[in-house]
Structure formats: C-alpha cells, structure tokens
Design a protein. Structure first.
Length: 167
C-alpha cells in the first residue's frame, strides 16, 4: 500500500525540479506535480513496482506532463500570434456581427476533430500547423524517425478531415 503523504514529501522536490527544467515556470511546475499525484491517487494501479522505483516513475511522469504542457502552450501561443497577425491584416475590412461567433464555432469544431486523434498524431499535427515545425523538427522533438513523424502528420490530417467531412 502506498503512503501518499510520505511519497509526496519524498518525491515532490525531484518532480518539481524535472517539471521546472522544462517549463521554467514555478506555478506551472507545481500544477504538474499536483496533476501527477492526482493521477496516482485516482489510478494507483498505474504504478507497477516491477517496472522501476516510485521515484523514477513519478519524476518521469512529471517530466512527461511538463513536456505535454509546454508543447500545448507553444501551439496555443502560435495560434494567438497568427490570429493577431490576421487581425492586423484584415482589420481595415469591416466584419459582420456574426463573424466572431462563426469563427469560434469553426475553432470549436476543429479542436473537437483534433481531440479524436490519437495523442501522437494530434501532437504531430499541432506541432506542424500550430507551431509551424517541419517534419524533421517534429521527428527531433518527438524523438522518432523522420518517416514516423511524416506518417503521424499525414494520418492525423486524414483522420481530422474525415471527422470534419460531415460538418
């Protein structure tokens, strides 16, 4: 049986340091530590002592969650920048009253389609189109062969298109 209080006291520092190295944001690193412990609390069977120590498991989980958070933050920031640039270019044109609502709905629909993709494909598509990374850069970031990165992008786009076709 796992003693969560003792585990928290013993491993929080290493987990925080791992998340902090990736995010460079103390508050976000604290959130990651809390997320990992909540995951462990809700799914104690997720940790298998035969596969490694609790310290290793928790630290790797914290680093992995921090990387996920960093990547999604980067994609979100890039989308905001593109939107701002588009607004500057199109700002002189008058916009109808329904255009912002339609844009939000299209965005919601697109995010829903991306949400149906497997995580590795969603990540590849977001890195390619959200952050503007090349397939080679995605392969390096995801630590996979170039062909795998290209396949993930291609499959992700195909599945997203299929999800959007009925719309």
């Amino acid at each position: 049986m796992l003693n969560f209080e003792a585990a928290y006291r013993e491993h929080r520092g290493a987990m925080f340091a791992a998340a902090q190295r990736v995010l460079r944001d103390a508050a976000a690193a604290e959130d990651v530590v809390q997320d990992v412990f909540m995951h462990l609390w809700r799914n104690p069977g997720a940790y298998d002592p035969r596969r490694g120590s609790l310290a290793t498991y928790l630290t790797l989980m914290a680093r992995s969650r921090a990387v996920d958070r960093w990547r999604s933050r980067g994609a979100r920031d890039a989308a905001v920048e593109r939107s701002a640039a588009e607004s500057r270019v199109l700002g002189s044109q008058s916009e109808s009253a329904d255009e912002p609502a339609l844009r939000r709905e299209r965005s919601r629909t697109l995010m829903g389609a991306l949400g149906t993709l497997p995580e590795d494909q969603r990540e590849a598509v977001l890195l390619a189109f959200g952050r503007g990374l090349t397939a080679n850069e995605i392969a390096v970031a995801a630590r996979v062969p170039l062909g795998t990165a290209k396949s993930r992008i291609r499959l992700g786009l195909q599945k997203a298109r299929s999800a959007l076709e009925p719309v």
